[in-house]
Design a binder for this molecule. Structure first.
Ligand code: SF4
Length: 250
């Protein structure tokens, strides 16, 4: 039986963006898992059985959605995950920062914030997310780095046919903001195929190496069977976000 090194929990399905590649069935109205249910989920037999722990704690927990910062108990969820796991990654579009959020982050050092940014300019940002929020996100990344330091801020860019020529412009924007870590995810839709060609990907990889960029860039090739499990709000445990709505490990 495979045991996973970590677990990402879908805490809500509400989002204020409509990214064209989004794999989650997004709702515009509030749809979230209450804090008590999230606790139950983390303590469930299935999670116990499939997800590794070390010294009674998870090794890695991810907070996912939807947009997690729209969850009405996000600050309590961060505290819960931080106490239950060695480290935590919170994935967000960072368009809105809730009250108390920065204070909670400042006092939970094991929480990394992964911000989605898929464009270097407002027009392309809007084409991809269908929302006019580029400057808000940039400003919030700056505020976040000022408060918690660049060590705990990671930017995630989904590379598709829409932004494959913008990747190096994104590097420049991030460098000016003080971001030191970037993760590039070639887009896959439902596990079917990369939407950018393997040759283009190789080219990006080559340039990353040749340009000797002054920050960490990780090129993530999605696998169908990952090390990190994913659990939906309905309790469907899967080996991969892209199959979470199809395949139940139970
Ligand atoms: S920000 Fe994330 S959850 Fe929201 S629409 Fe985009 S990909 Fe989906």
């Amino acid at each position: 039986m495979k045991r996973f090194r970590g677990l990402i929990v879908e805490i809500n399905r509400q989002c204020n963006f409509s990214c064209f590649f989004c794999p989650v069935p997004i709702e515009k109205t509030k749809k979230e898992l209450p804090l008590t249910k999230i606790k139950e989920l983390l303590e469930s037999k299935e999670v116990e059985r499939y997800v590794l722990k070390r010294n009674g704690k998870f090794i890695y927990l991810g907070i996912g959605g939807g947009e997690p910062l729209l969850h009405s108990s996000i600050n309590e969820i961060i505290e819960l995950f931080s106490n239950k796991s060695g480290y935590v990654v919170l994935s967000t579009n960072l368009s809105k920062i809730p009250d108390g959020f920065m204070d909670v982050l400042a006092s939970h050092e094991n929480v990394i914030i992964q911000v989605s940014l898929h464009a270097s300019n407002p027009e392309l940002f809007k084409t991809i997310t269908r929302v006019d929020a580029f400057m808000f996100v940039l400003n919030n990344i700056r505020r976040l780095i000022e408060r918690v330091g660049s060590r705990r801020v990671l930017v995630n860019t989904v590379v598709s046919e829409k932004n494959e020529d913008d990747v190096f412009n994104i590097f420049h924007v991030l460098r000016k903001l003080g971001v030191s870590k970037l993760r590039l995810h070639p887009m896959i839709v439902d596990g079917r195929a990369y939407t950018i060609s393997p040759a283009k990907l190789k080219g990006i990889e080559k340039e990353i190496i040749e340009k000797d960029l002054p920050f960490e860039v990780e090129l993530v090739i999605p696998e169908s069977d990952g090390e990190i499990a994913y659990i939906t709000m309905d309790g469907v445990l899967s080996n991969n976000l892209f199959t979470a709505y199809k395949k139940d490990l139970k």
